[in-house]
Design a protein around this ligand. Sequence first.
Ligand code: BDR
Ligand code: CA
Length: 306
Amino acid sequence: MTHKIIIDTDPGIDDAMAIFYAALHPDIDIVGMTGVFGNVTADIAARNAIVLAERVKQTIPVAKGANAPLVIAPNGVSDYVHGTEGFGTMPAQSITGQPLDEPAHEFICRMINEHQNEIILCPIGPLTNIAMALEHDPSIAAKTKAVYIMGGGLDKGNVTEHAEANIWNDPHAADIVFAADWDITMVGLDVTTRVQCSPADFDRIGASTPIIGGFLNEAVQFYFDFYASHYGKRGCDMHDPTAIIAITDPQYFIIETHALEVIVEGARSGQTVRSTDPSRPKHKVPMDVDAKGVKQRFLSMIETGF
Ligand code: BDR
Ligand code: CA
């Protein structure tokens, strides 16, 4: 079975890992990508999505999306984690293609309406474009096959003690997305922080597939520097690829179901919590993972590249 996916992304080093995994997977067809602010600005996000598509030799439509959250003042880009151009110390990469004229949220709505019950949305950045799409055409919730989000977490935060970065960057958007009645799997820090790669893992894929793995190995050094200075260990969490691997390999995840809501102000802003509101739909929340299985799946897929 082929999964038709739209990746909503802020590339971003682990976004690049996720996009290469999806592009190389024989059962995934990336039918579009949409750029959003987060790790980088929306302009850089759209450009970097095209950089990644061209590097993996695929023609994928890319639409530019929101450059700021719906309500809160922007927190600022995460250049200290991903580098000023998104891929560590690499300078801006040139591209042949261009983003579509259509804004991201309209592209998402059009694609879902043209391919009803076929599209899986994979947001791996702040949820602003997805919330704007829901507000533009609320009927998309019933026409979307599934939504796999990298974001949130029930037991931990990363950018604050309580909040995960993608949700913290636009908590109001995330709350709109979790309030909608569609099939969401929230792949959060509960599982993504358990899937970790080391410099040796990236050296190996860099040597075996210089164009794809080599690009990741060059970009990830900056990410390793961040982890070394913040967590005292040279390595990294595989946040965004884990969300895509949850689509292709659900057997690696132990999933609970919870209604979810997002705290939108105060010290806990951006925290995802279990909701007691009976009107809220229940969503899937992986709470445990076969981390070795997911990591191996990622590394072996990249090694099918070039
Ligand atoms: C998430 O935040 C971003 O920095 C990463 O790309 C990932 O999507 C992890 O909290
Ligand atoms: Ca991301």
